[in-house]
Design a binder for this molecule. Structure first.
Ligand code: ATR
Length: 266
């Protein structure tokens, strides 16, 4: 029987994950199928139970099921714990279900691919939702000096900062000043073609800008803004590919080639 993997979420129809994993499987000579399952509200446990009962070996989880998957897992990696969310489940040899989160490591993987100067950098993260929470630990581990989180709801930025005393701090847009080496947009604003309230003077001093959102044409209104100020700026497509590669590696113990996947799908 072919090994089975799947994407759970709602919606799932437009996700690139099945195509990415099919490409990885071909490239690494792995015999597997990767499908998609639309999860109706409140039905994640039922869907996952059924999938694993029928021999499924692993899955990716997208919105709005990442918290359900976190609860579902029997054990959690340190990254899943830090993110408070799970995007990858794996059935272990003893039958238990491991929950991981590869989003943040996928981001750092892409930042390194793009030559982002992370070492000793002061990083500004815009936004303090689930996306921001999920990237903090891997960014810290990449050797940055400091992270500042700016968010409309300041209390959420401060709540995230508390987990990493001395390394992460939180602030409001009004109090934001200074300069940052790397600026990451972790808000959902680009989806609505809106810009976060960051002064051009702050944006233009950065040496690298990244938007976790991505678009087929490779740029968002935020990366456009940064580019217009002469700053290198990238959308989050490589993060999508990066997190998929790391999920695949967790399941299959083989790592697909990053550049080949980017070339194929961008
Ligand atoms: P996710 O979990 O995917 O990160 P989220 O929890 O809805 O999504 O968070 C989205 C982020 O975008 C939050 O930081 C949110 O700010 P608030 O915490 O203040 O809500 C930010 N965001 C969304 N719309 C915004 C807007 N119009 N202006 C500023 N920030 C916004």
């Amino acid at each position: 029987m072919t090994d089975k993997y799947v994407l759970f979420g709602n919606p799932v129809a437009h996700s690139m994950s099945p195509a990415l994993h099919a490409f990885f499987a071909k490239e690494t000579n792995q015999d597997l199928e990767y499908g998609r399952i639309l999860v109706e509200e409140g039905c994640f446990k039922q869907c996952a139970d059924e999938f694993f009962k029928q021999g499924g070996l692993g899955c990716n989880i997208t919105v709005p099921c990442k918290l359900d998957a976190f609860t579902y897992a029997d054990t959690l990696t340190e990254y899943a714990k830090a993110a408070g969310a799970v995007n990858t489940l794996k059935k272990m040899p003893d039958g238990s279900i491991l929950g991981d989160n590869t989003d943040g490591r996928g981001l750092v993987y892409d930042l390194k691919r793009l030559g982002c100067p992370l070492k000793d950098a002061h990083v500004l993260i815009i936004g303090a939702g689930g996306a921001a929470k999920g990237i903090l630990k891997p960014i810290i581990e990449s050797g940055v000096k400091k992270i500042t989180i700016v968010n409309r709801t300041v209390s959420k930025a401060l709540d995230l900062a508390i987990a990493y005393p001395g390394v992460v701090d939180g602030t409001s847009y009004e109090n934001l000043s200074g300069s940052y080496d790397v600026i990451i947009n972790a808000t959902s604003l680009s989806l609505k073609n809106e810009l976060p309230n960051i002064d051009d003077s702050i944006l233009s001093k950065a040496s690298f800008v990244y938007d976790l959102m991505y678009r087929p044409d490779g740029h968002t209104c935020f990366t456009d803004k940064a580019s217009s100020l002469g700053v290198k700026a990238y959308d989050g497509f490589g993060m999508l590919v990066g997190q998929a590669i790391l999920s695949f590696e967790l399941w299959r113990n083989v790592k697909p080639n990053f550049d080949n996947a980017i070339k194929q799908f961008r």
